[in-house]
Design a protein around this ligand. Structure first.
Ligand SMILES: Nc1ncnc2c1ncn2[C@@H]1O[C@H](COP(=O)(O)OP(=O)(O)O)[C@@H](O)[C@H]1O
Ligand SMILES: [Mg+2]
Length: 254
């Protein structure tokens, strides 16, 4: 199962990607987390030091030239089957792939880097017990066919703010237009009883994640979002999100 996590900047996409990955790993599932944001925050959020975070695929010009070619002679079906194992970093029991922004991939841009990213995303296919979660670039502009065509479901994250929800609705509409209809809205840093304003086009509200004091307390000295104290609130939210997007697939329990 492949999911992507989208939303306005700073709403908690990277944090939620880590929480979902950690939940699934604790359930014994094989998890691949993909950083598709230019800000490259997923490695640190998985507790990795800067040296342990791999170079983003889109910046690996030697590999791109080797696999895709250049100077007008590019292969749109580059060989990628060996790349996940080669390029991954291990973060605990999770696998991290750092791609960089996949903006424009599939949207008519046929540049070599995007061709490689697209093929690799397409290759990370569902196998028994394998989950792929893509942490997307903030906002709406970066959501293209290349991003959504390989995922089964979209997690749209927002804070309880009109601006966050407006961006969430725009992202949702664009993804729907591109054929990705399985979507779940997650309200982050919100109370369960928070009333939503009337914003047309939001995906169904699936889960609410409260303010996490243990994350706030540590983030001045650590970027890691792993192993938070509020597991009792995080686990039900993860289960609700995965349940809403899994389309009948049984959601594992830790
Ligand atoms: N529920 C939460 N409670 C407290 N802090 C949070 C929560 N969710 C996210 N944060 C913090 O907010 C900041 C932005 O979160 P992040 O996941 O990086 O957002 P995004 O990936 O959408 O830009 C980070 O410092 C993160 O630790
Ligand atoms: Mg992020």
């Amino acid at each position: 199962m492949k999911l992507a996590v989208a939303g306005k900047g700073g709403v908690g996409k990277t944090t939620l990607t880590v929480l979902l990955g950690e939940y699934l790993t604790r359930c014994g599932q094989e998890v691949w987390l993909v950083d598709a944001d230019t800000a490259l925050c997923l490695g640190p959020a998985l507790g990795l030091s800067p040296e342990a975070v791999p170079t983003p695929l889109i910046a690996n010009s030697e590999l791109i030239r080797q696999r895709v070619g250049g100077d007008g002679m590019i292969s749109l079906n580059p060989q990628v089957h060996d790349l996940p194992e080669k390029l991954r970093a291990r973060a605990g029991n999770m696998n991290l792939l750092v791609m960089g922004s996949v903006a424009g991939a599939g949207g008519g841009c046929a540049c070599a880097a995007n061709a490689l990213v697209k093929s690799l995303l397409g290759h990370l296919v569902e196998e028994r017990g394998q989950w792929v979660i893509v942490d997307l670039e903030a906002g709406v502009e970066h959501l293209g066919r290349g991003t959504v065509q390989y995922v089964d479901g979209l997690v749209v994250v927002s804070e309880p703010s009109l601006r966050g929800l407006t961006t969430a609705a725009q992202i949702s509409g664009l993804a729907r237009d591109l054929g990705l209809t399985r979507q779940a809205l997650v309200l982050n840093r919100a109370n369960g009883d928070c009333a939503l304003p009337e914003v047309a086009g939001l995906p169904p509200l699936t889960a609410t994640l409260p303010r996490l004091p243990s994350l706030e307390a540590r983030q001045i000295f650590s970027a890691s979002a792993l192993d938070l104290a509020e597991r009792g609130q995080i686990d039900p939210a993860c289960r609700a999100i995965l349940g809403a997007l899994a389309d009948g697939k049984a959601i594992p329990e830790p």
